[in-house]
Design a protein around this ligand. Structure first.
Ligand code: PA5
Length: 426
């Protein structure tokens, strides 16, 4: 489904040198015995998810599609990025689907929140509020505002049928609210953390509402689980990729830049930045995950990548066949000098941009480049890709002797902010 071409800067012997570590860590993942072991539920999830729950999500998604024009997905971090990444990657940035999806709860921005609320006034919208802890401030404020608007417009009773929550099975303020109000609730399993939750109702319910084939996504993930639960380093591209990250970190490249040539995949890079950044960036260790969308960013960051401080390597996700394509037309005057491209597809031009840039960055710029090649990005392949990266992240973090599943560092700003806001106990 996906192919990996590792940078030529890594030798086969460099990869094989990790064999013992890989065997040890793969065992830790499978037997759930490493640090953070109570958050390894995602590893077996593609085989163990509840099929009835998936059917229920598809049924509820149909209800949302039949009865509303907009779905507001309210969440942040792992309760937001995966759904948005998949939605944009599969449905594009100018989707004409009958259900519009709007994301909220991922910011305190007064401009954004006020604009969304204004836009929603008078429209038929449903809400999917997503929070594992149920206490995340950005999400809670947005949900309070959305709920208030909805209840004002359609009343409390009708709102009960328009609000669906995804949260912990029993803990947290959102769960209590759902119990009190009688909202339909999907569960984020206790042993799966936010940034590993895209294949649970956290990601799947909004995606089902968007008309995406969530069964195919899970099928892709299942294939990936089978393929990457292996210590054969000649074959397992997931671990080969993870090892390359460790190798580059130890060889003077502390920044990994995720590159795509599709603007609709830039949120995949955002999801990757959270996955790897929050999983690995601890104890003064880890690669810094950055991202760029080419060719757009070749006209900005491209200069630095080519000639600047040599601190990064690239991981390029190259999708060969786009969902849509368009031919370059003939022009009688040819004043722009583009007739040499007449009749050519934009996909062809984009691929040549990729090939030319790869040569420039690797040969002239000395930037190591890994390439993940995908022929066509559909729901199944994306499910596969999500699992590929989650498994690679666990391997990569364990190689650094880091717990990939906690995020102690994010509490510091919250404490300060709560103190400044006058929250009780801070
Ligand atoms: O990966 C994580 O655990 C975090 O990014 C969380 O998903 C994020 O902080 C949102 O948390 P919650 O779902 O509890 O609102």
């Amino acid at each position: 489904m996906i192919k990996l071409k590792l940078s030529e800067r890594i030798d086969e012997k460099d990869i094989l040198a990790y064999q013992k570590d890989v065997e040890r860590i793969n065992e830790m993942i499978n037997t759930k015995s490493g640090p953070g072991n109570d958050y390894l539920g995602w590893a077996d999830w593609p085989n163990e998810y509840d099929k009835n729950e998936v059917e229920e999500m598809i049924k509820d998604a149909k209800y949302v599609r039949d009865n509303f024009d907009i779905l507001v997905v309210c969440g942040i971090g792992g309760s937001y990025l995966g759904a948005r990444a998949a939605l944009e990657a599969l449905n594009g940035l100018k989707s004409d689907d009958k259900l519009e999806i709007i994301f909220m709860g991922q910011t305190f921005s007064p401009n954004y929140v006020a604009q969304v609320l204004k836009y929603l006034k008078g429209k038929k919208f449903a809400i999917n509020v997503i929070s594992k802890s149920g206490t995340t401030t950005e999400t809670s404020i947005s949900f309070r505002l959305l709920k208030e608007l909805m209840e004002k417009e359609i009343g409390k009773e009708a709102s009960r049928k328009a609000i669906i929550a995804t949260t912990d099975k029993e803990k947290g303020a959102l769960k209590t609210l759902c119990n009190n109000e009688g909202y339909k609730t999907y569960v984020l399993p206790g042993d799966i953390g936010g940034r590993y939750s895209v294949l649970t109702p956290v990601g799947l319910f909004p995606l089902a509402c968007a008309g995406i084939d969530i069964k195919a996504m899970l099928e892709g993930a299942q294939e990936a689980k089978k393929e990457y639960d292996s210590t054969d380093l000649n074959k397992n591209i997931c671990y080969r990729y993870a090892l390359s990250r460790d190798y580059f970190l130890k060889h003077g490249k502390p920044v990994e830049m995720y590159v795509t040539y599709e603007p609709q995949m830039s949120q995949i890079s955002e999801w990757l930045k959270q996955l790897f950044g929050e999983s690995e960036g601890k104890e003064k260790k880890g690669l810094f995950p950055a991202s760029a969308t080419f060719s757009t960013d070749l006209h900005s960051l491209g200069q630095f990548i080519q000639d600047g401080t040599p601190l990064l390597f690239e991981t390029i996700i190259n999708v060969i066949r786009p969902h849509d394509d368009i031919k370059i037309p003939h022009d009688a005057d040819d004043l722009d000098g583009l007739n040499y491209l007449e009749g050519k597809d934009l996909a062809y031009v984009n691929q040549k941009a990729f090939e030319g840039t790869l040569k420039a960055h690797t040969q002239d710029g000395g930037v190591p480049c890994n390439i993940i090649e995908i022929d066509y990005l559909d729901a199944k392949t994306l499910g596969h890709l999500f699992y590929f990266f989650m498994r690679a992240c666990a391997m990569s973090a364990y190689l650094l002797k880091i717990n990939p599943f906690n995020q102690p560092g994010v509490e510091v700003y919250k404490k300060n902010m709560f103190h400044l806001l006058g929250k009780k106990g801070y």
